[in-house]
Design a protein around this ligand. Structure first.
Ligand code: ADP
Ligand code: MG
Length: 744
């Protein structure tokens, strides 16, 4: 399989106070030179430890700086070149995911280091212009919340764009000009996270957070043509990987636990499907997390997973599970590529607007020379004057339209009009004087003043920070130009030699490390292939040793198979348990349904629950059922004098609903859905049986509608009796309803 593997490193934290107090045994052995992490089973200490190899291993004394320069630096460097990158922190709660990603006062985390790195790279690069924006979101209980938006409580929807893939609509993006801007955003988001947790009874261990830095860049080639690229860096702090069902949750807590398990199991299933290579279906759609990170798993992204471990013996099961998870993830192959000429680059829009504004402002200056002839005739002068007058009028007209259209500030426009008027007067004076070489004002280019922001539907939402929103509303072109130019960064530290040297050193280190790990990977195979033996005995000895090693490996693998078998068994039990609990829940709901059913009036569309079930539509987008609105169907019985035409029949069909019956979705969508969804079209009852059903109902209503006919019949009989009494016979002209005469 071609592509680039997901890089995986593990980090083991020191014992915490509780573990120290309990005098827990340390069961994790970190072997840095070999890049292996070994785990001793506390109940079988004599068994050989389980050993796992990774792209990097970091023990209790490690620091985040080393992790960053080993594996973080090359990844973020790629983002600055236009690749997408993702860093995941995975592991049990309390094992150091947030410590590694966000850090604390003592040790900076991966996220602030990435900020520093991006700004170092950008500020020392004079060859490009950059636009850097950030967003911060949280996924809790399958709800996506914007941690930096104005409303951080409501849940945002995920949408899919044919080119851009899955994105969060209405997510706020904030431009950053320096490291502190990013730091502030992270602090703000973290505060919102904790506010959310008290409100929603969540805490960070049960939610996933994604901090994203979007780096757009623009470079001019030798011909002066501009080329755009965009790199996106996702920094993901996942929810604790421990099994939620362990906590004995029930009710809402169970639902929540199921959903948290769901997204992490979905992540595991996606990894398994990708690693397996045989599964045609990768279940990205099973959770919001996997949908959002689809590109980071097997797609166009360079991915790094940091698995956080506890060294304590009482966390053996979870640590083993984390190691296995991480071990599987390293077999995923991604297909990263530089994102060239992204259609939605906001930097492109900014640059274009800057150019337009510059031209517009340049209109204040006379820029275009016009040579007038010394010996112009008075007609020629008049013609030139007329030409100028027309130009002047059309420019003013254009500006007036612009004023209407774009509501540009009156002052700015008045200023501009004055300038043009002055220039016009000057030209006229010059012409009157018939000077030899005069200047004509450059016609100020009409600016479309593209202030419209990209819509959320475009994927990336250009809902910028407060400052830039003010900027967007600024009508003074000069002010706006200044602010736009400030947003575009790059080359500020071009003369900072020290910073440049620091960067070169880091780059060199990253390259050396890459070479070393490649050599290590190749090493074993080559040694075996190229080895020369002095004697047959030596060869036998060496190969016997190898055989022993292989036997050990085989034994280890057999243990692995047994372990996995046990793990699958346990997982199966958990799934079955969950299914049982959900079945109980379904039974309860259906019992409640049965109890309530008789209370629903028979002219209500929910009277026939089977039909409602058949026409209910499952929406993948909102992951919920869409049901028809609750309605009372007015069935008008035919009047006694009515003929067939009085029935509520249109084009031979009985009209039941005026609209599609779903207030949540438009008519077309229902039609579309019905075409798309086999199940829907299959179950959607045709009009024919509908008519039959109503005809039957009508017949039944005539049949048991003795009450309906009773009064009329009664009065008829009564009047006949009356007639008989008075005349002694039945009137020959009295007739029944159907028109047949009856004689008694
Ligand atoms: P998680 O986010 O995985 O739930 P945290 O990052 O909050 O866990 O870590 C739990 C505690 O352990 C914190 O007090 C943190 O400071 C400490 N800790 C985690 N990893 C390390 C480490 N490598 N070195 C020192 N302390 C650590
Ligand atoms: Mg945490």
């Amino acid at each position: 399989m071609s592509g680039e593997s997901v890089k995986v490193v593990v980090r083991c934290r020191p014992m915490n106070q509780r573990e120290k107090d309990l005098k827990c045994e340390n069961i994790v052995k970190i072997n840095s030179p070999q890049n292996t992490a070994q785990l001793v089973c506390p109940t079988e200490p004599d068994q050989p430890p389980k050993s796992f190899a990774f792209d990097g291993v970091y023990g209790i004394d490690s620091n985040t700086e080393a992790i960053y320069s080993d594996v973080g630096f090359p990844l973020v460097e790629s983002v600055c070149e236009g690749y997408n990158g993702t860093v995941f922190a995975y592991g049990q709660t309390g094992c150091g995911k947030s410590f590694t990603m966000q850090g604390n006062a003592a040790q900076k985390g991966m996220i602030p280091r990435a900020f520093e790195h991006v700004f170092e790279a950008v500020s020392t690069d004079t060859s490009k212009k950059y636009l850097i924006r950030a967003s911060y979101l949280e996924i809790y209980n399958e709800n996506v919340r914007d941690l930096l938006g104005k409303d951080n409580k409501s849940s945002l929807d995920l949408h899919e764009h044919p080119e851009k893939g899955v994105y969060v609509s209405n997510l706020s993006w904030h431009e950053c000009k320096q490291v502190v801007d990013c730091d502030k955003l992270m602090d703000k988001g973290n505060k919102n996270r904790s506010v959310g947790s008290t409100l929603m009874n969540a805490d960070s261990s049960r939610s996933h957070s994604i901090f994203t830095i979007n780096v757009e860049m623009c470079e001019k080639d030798n011909e002066g043509e501009e080329h755009y690229r965009a790199g996106k860096l996702n920094l993901v702090d996942l929810a604790g990987s421990e099994r939620q069902s362990k906590t004995g949750a029930s009710g809402d807590r169970l639902k929540e636990a199921t959903k948290i398990n769901l997204s992490l199991s979905a992540l595991g299933n996606v990894i398994s499907a990708l690693v397996d290579g045989k599964s045609k279906h990768v279940p990205y759609r099973d959770s919001k997390l996997t949908r959002l990170l689809q590109d980071s798993l097997g797609g166009n992204t360079k991915t790094l997973m940091i698995a956080a471990l506890s060294p304590a013996a009482d966390n053996y099961e979870e640590t083993l599970s984390t190691l296995r998870y991480a071990n599987r993830a390293k077999n995923i192959k991604n297909k990263p590529k530089i994102n060239e000429d992204p259609k939605d680059a906001m930097l492109r829009e900014l640059q274009e607007e800057i150019k337009i504004l510059k031209l517009q402002l340049a209109g204040k200056e006379p820029i275009q020379a016009v040579v007038t002839n010394n010996s112009m005739s008075s007609e020629q002068i008049e013609a030139e004057k007329e030409k100028l007058r027309q130009e002047f009028e059309s420019t003013i007209h254009e500006l007036q339209n612009q004023y209407e259209e774009e509501k540009m500030s009156k002052e700015a426009l008045m200023k501009k009009m004055d300038t043009i008027k002055n220039q016009y007067d000057n030209q006229i004076n010059l012409l009157d004087e018939s000077g030899p070489s005069k200047l004509r004002p450059g016609k100020p280019k009409s600016s479309k003043n593209k202030k419209q922001k990209k819509t959320p539907e475009n994927g990336e939402v250009a809902d910028l920070t407060d400052s830039s929103q003010n900027m967007s509303e600024s009508n003074d072109p000069e002010q706006r130009l200044h602010k736009l130019e400030e947003m575009v960064v790059g080359g500020e530290q071009a003369n900072n030699e020290e910073l440049k040297k620091k960067r070169i050193k880091k780059k060199k280190y990253a390259e050396e490390r890459k070479k070393l790990s490649e050599t290590l990977k190749k090493g074993d195979d080559e040694e075996f292939m190229l080895r020369v033996y002095d004697s047959v005995q030596e060869e036998v000895q060496y190969k016997t040793k190898l055989l022993e090693k292989e036997k050990e490996k085989a034994k280890f693998l057999q243990n692995e198979v047994d372990d996995l078998q046990r793990e699958f068994e346990r997982e199966r039990e958990e799934y079955l348990d969950m299914i049982r609990k959900q079945e109980k829940q379904i039974k309860l709901v259906s019992k409640l349904n049965q109890k309530i059913q008789p209370l629903i009036p028979n002219d209500c569309n929910y009277y026939n629950m089977d039909k409602i079930q058949m026409i209910a539509i499952w929406s993948e987008e909102i992951q919920d059922w869409i049901l028809p609105d609750l309605k009372r169907e007015k069935l008008s019985l035919p009047s006694m004098t009515s003929n067939e035409n009085d029935l509520d029949i249109t084009n031979g069909q009985l009209e039941i609903y005026e609209d599609n019956g779903y207030s949540q979705i438009p008519q077309q969508q229902v039609l579309l859905q019905s075409r798309k969804q086999d199940s829907f079209s299959q179950f959607m009852p045709s009009r024919e049986p509908e008519i039959d059903r109503y005809r039957l109902k009508l017949e039944n209503s005539q049949y048991d509608g003795s009450n309906y006919f009773k009064n009329r019949r009664q009065s008829e009989l009564l009047s006949q009796t009356q007639d008989l009494k008075s005349n002694g016979r039945l009137s020959p002209i009295s007739s029944s309803k159907n028109g047949t005469r009856r004689f008694y």
